[in-house]
Design a protein around this ligand. Structure first.
Ligand code: OMD
Ligand code: FE2
Length: 426
């Protein structure tokens, strides 16, 4: 049984063993039971108070006790840099990748990277996972970015330094930068997406005139209570650092935090609790209305990354072309599908697929979607069985060599916009 505490960015306090958590101070001379106190900071010490994130851990061993890291040779398609070749401004789409007989970590496949990445602490990496095995006696940590995990098929158990999270399709989870964890598969093979945010940590967007409530409400985010494993013996820690993978043998599990407090912690969120707001008069709103989380950049209102969903909802707009309009945007858009179908692409975009519409690329409904939505009787209509998402960035996404070479790449995505009839002037 897993237990959660609710709230986004709250200051939590939790102990798996009574008496393990110090009261009234962070670093007592002698923590209870000989535990080691350690601070993990997710922002600079001097970040403004409302953005400041850190947690205090009370653990069986100090994290500092480990031998040197050496290069890790597993996960052959993970953490690769984007292709060096000049990038064509083409719209691209990939079908789902085949599953591999590997654990979550070794199945990770980097498809594209936006921005200058871990060195510059900007942008976002898009990875896919498609795994069949538990991670046993090994843990992973990204020093490069926080990991937004989006299951599409199969459940995951995320055993983290701060507790256990059970997440299944329809839910999402976030592992903060620097938090160690391993992944097990309670129901067998699993598949999904991971967005690795190299920039400012995700936060809830401002709501402006929407008011004090709406979109993703803070109370629906769930953070696990303290949990630990007391395991000694061979135990591998794989660390992603500046875009490459490193490993060391800790000789014990790093998931040994018996108590913790603070506001830097993993969480999960059920997308069904998203309060979707849309047009009740006319016109299809800009999709920023569907923002779940945002990572701001240094340019006001211009996100390093936005995480946006297109959930089930009522469409009632009058005299309106209801699916997304044709558009060319300054922001770049990577999209995936977690469930069902997407109303701008009636065919060809299936769950597990990925698409890329980079800065200023013309896109929008395909011919079939355009024909259907132009002809349909505009009665109130419930859009069901759908959950697309968008990872949107001010930075252009650059695919990896693997992404450009894989057979999963749609050879003729441009055909989606072929065959439109010409407008007829009077
Ligand atoms: O391209 C897309 O399908 C994403 C998108 C959706 C929408 O409702 C409006 C604009 C937009 O880029
Ligand atoms: Fe778009």
């Amino acid at each position: 049984m897993t237990h959660y505490m609710t709230g986004f960015g709250n200051h939590f306090a939790t102990e798996a063993v009574p008496g393990a958590l110090p009261i009234g101070r962070n670093s007592p001379q002698r923590p209870a039971f000989g535990l080691y106190a350690e601070q993990l900071s997710g922002t600079a010490f001097t970040a403004p108070r409302h953005e400041n994130r850190r947690s205090w851990f009370y653990r069986l061993w100090p994290s500092a006790a480990h031998p040197a890291f050496t290069r890790y040779n597993g996960a052959p398609l993970f953490a690769t840099a984007p292709s060096d070749a000049p990038l064509a401004p083409n719209r691209l789409r990939w079908g789902p990748l085949d599953s591999v007989d590997a654990d979550w970590l070794d199945s990770l496949t980097t498809m594209m990277v936006a921005g200058d990445g871990p060195r510059a602490q900007t942008g976002v990496g898009m990875h896919l996972y498609r795994c069949a095995k538990d991670m046993v006696d090994r843990a992973f940590v990204s020093a490069d970015g926080e990991l937004l995990i989006l299951p599409e098929q199969g459940a995951l158990t995320l055993l983290t330094e701060l507790g256990r999270i059970d997440v299944k399709p329809g839910e999402i989870a976030l592992i903060p930068r620097g938090v160690r964890f391993r992944v097990t598969l309670p129901d067998g093979p699993a598949r999904g997406y991971v967005a690795e945010n190299f920039g400012a940590p995700f936060r809830l967007p401002d709501l402006g005139p929407i008011g004090a409530n709406g979109l993703a409400n803070p109370r629906d985010f769930e953070t696990p209570v303290a949990w630990y494993e007391d395991v000694e013996g061979d135990y591998q820690l794989v660390q992603k650092f500046l875009g490459t993978l490193w490993q060391t043998d800790l000789g014990r599990s790093p998931l040994d935090v018996v108590a913790w407090h603070g506001n830097y912690a993993p969480w999960k969120y059920d997308l069904a609790t998203f309060n979707t707001i849309g047009s009740i008069s006319f016109d299809h709103p800009d999709p920023s209305i569907f923002t779940v989380l945002t990572s701001p950049s240094d340019m006001p209102g211009t996100a390093n990354v936005d995480f946006v969903i297109f959930p089930p909802r009522w469409l009632v707009a009058e005299d309106t072309f209801r699916p997304p309009w044709f558009h060319r945007n300054t922001m770049s858009e990577c999209m995936g599908l977690l469930q069902g179908a997407y109303d701008a692409k009636v065919g060809g975009f299936v769950p597990g697929a990925l698409s890329l519409h980079n800065q200023m690329s013309g896109h929008g409904p395909d011919v079939a979607s355009w024909q259907g939505a132009s002809a349909v009787d505009l009665a109130p209509h419930k859009l069901n069985d759908t959950m697309a998402f968008m990872i949107e960035s001010r930075w252009v996404f650059r695919p990896t060599d693997f992404a450009l070479e894989t057979g999963a790449l749609d050879a003729d995505y441009d055909a989606a916009w072929g065959g439109f009839p010409k407008a007829i002037l009077p």
